[in-house]
Design a protein around this ligand. Sequence first.
Ligand SMILES: [Mg+2]
Length: 436
Amino acid sequence: MKIADVIVTPVAIRDAPLRNAVGLHEPYVNRIVVELVGEEGFSGFGEASFSSSTFDDLMALRPHIIGLDPLNLNAILKVVDGRLGFPNPSNFDPVFRNFDLTPRLTNHFLTRTYGPIEVAALDLSGQAMGAPVSELLGGRVRDAVPFSAYLFYKHAGGGGEGDDTCQDTYGEAMTPESIVAQARQMIDIYGFKSIKLKGGVFPPDVEIATIRALRDALGPHVPLRIDPNCAWTVDTSLEVGTQLAATLEYFEDPTPGIEGMSAVRKGLQERGIDMPLATNMCVTSFDDIPESIARNAVQVILGDHHYWGGLRSVVELGRICSTFGLGLSMHSNSHLGISLMAMTHLAAAIPALTYDADTHYPWLHEEDEVIMGGKIQFVDGSVLVPEAPGLGIEIDREALQRGNERFQRCSYRDRDDVAYMRRTVDPNWEKLLPRW
Ligand SMILES: [Mg+2]
C-alpha cells in the first residue's frame, strides 16, 4: 500500500465570542484538513489547528510523504523529523506562544505537523484493512467515550461576520447564573456527566462563585473542573484551591510553569488538601515529564494527539502516566468531527484514560461540520466508538469546499485572541499571565 497523494485544505469555521485568560476568540477559527489518498482509492483524513507555519510545513512535506506506506508510521515520522526536527518556538500553541516556555519547545514543531498525518495514515490503513483505528491502536477497552461539557464566559453572538454571521445557540454568559444556564442547555443537548469551566476571565471571587453555583444547581454527583490558563499567582491559586477543595475533580493550570504548579501542590498538601493538579500548559511533551515527576508538579496530564505527536504517542503517554501513578485526561481546541473521531478512537484504546475528555465540539455549528450526516451524535455525554473501518466517518466534500471558501474569504489567519480582545472589548487590554 502506498500514499498516492497528499491534499492539504485549510478551512475556516465560525466561532462564538468566547473569553479566556488571554482575550477573546475571533469570529473564525481555522483548521487544516489533511487527506492522504491511497493507491486503492481510499482516502484517510486528519485535522490540525491552523497556523501559517504548520500549513507551510505540510505543503513542504507533501512530495516527501507521497510514495510512503501509510502503515509504516516510523518511516513517515522519520521524513517529518528529518525535515522539521529543529526547534521553532513560534510553532507552539498560537494562543500562548509568547508565554515563556521556550526551553521546552524542541519537539513541538515536529509533533504538530506529524499529528494530522498520522491520523490520516491510520484512517487510510484502517479502511484498506477493514479495521477501525481503535483496533490499530491496540484495541478498544471501552465502547463509548465520555466527554465533558466545556463552559465559557462569552459575549452575545454566535460567530462569523456580516452575511456569514450565525445563530447564537447559547447566548451571552458573563455571570455565574448565565453559566449555570449554559451548563443546563449543553447537558440537555449532549447529556454530559461532567463539567469544565474555562476561567481566568473574571477576578477569582467571581469564578469561585460560578463553580459554587454550578455545584448548587447540578448537585455533588457532577464532577467539576476549572481551567484559568495560568491566570493566577501561586498565592491566588492556593486561595482558590482551598476554597474549592471539596468541589473540584481536578484543578487545571492555575499558575504558570512546573515550579509554580509544584509550589501550589505543596501548599495545598500543607493545608491538608489532596486535590489533583492537571495541565496542558506546563507538561506539553515527553521532555517535560521527568522534571514534573521530580517536583511532584502535576497529577493529571491532559494529552492531545495534535500536540503530543499523534495517536500512538498519547497511547504511550497513557502507559507512562500509569507507571508514575498520574491520571490522564484529554485536552481540546476548537475542532471538527475528524478530530472528535480521532479523539474517540484514541480514548477507546487507552485503559489509563479515566477522566471524561475535553471537547469544544458543542461550540461547532451544524452547518460548518465537514463530515457526511452533519455533527456527530452524543449519547448520554459519550460518543460511541465506531466499528466501521478507519475513523468511521465519511467526508462531505461539498462542506469541506465551503469551509475552504470561507477560509479564502475571511481575513483571519493565525489565531490572535489578544488583538481581537483589544479591537472589540478593551483597547488597553494586555496579556498578563498571571493576572491575579
Ligand atoms: Mg487547559
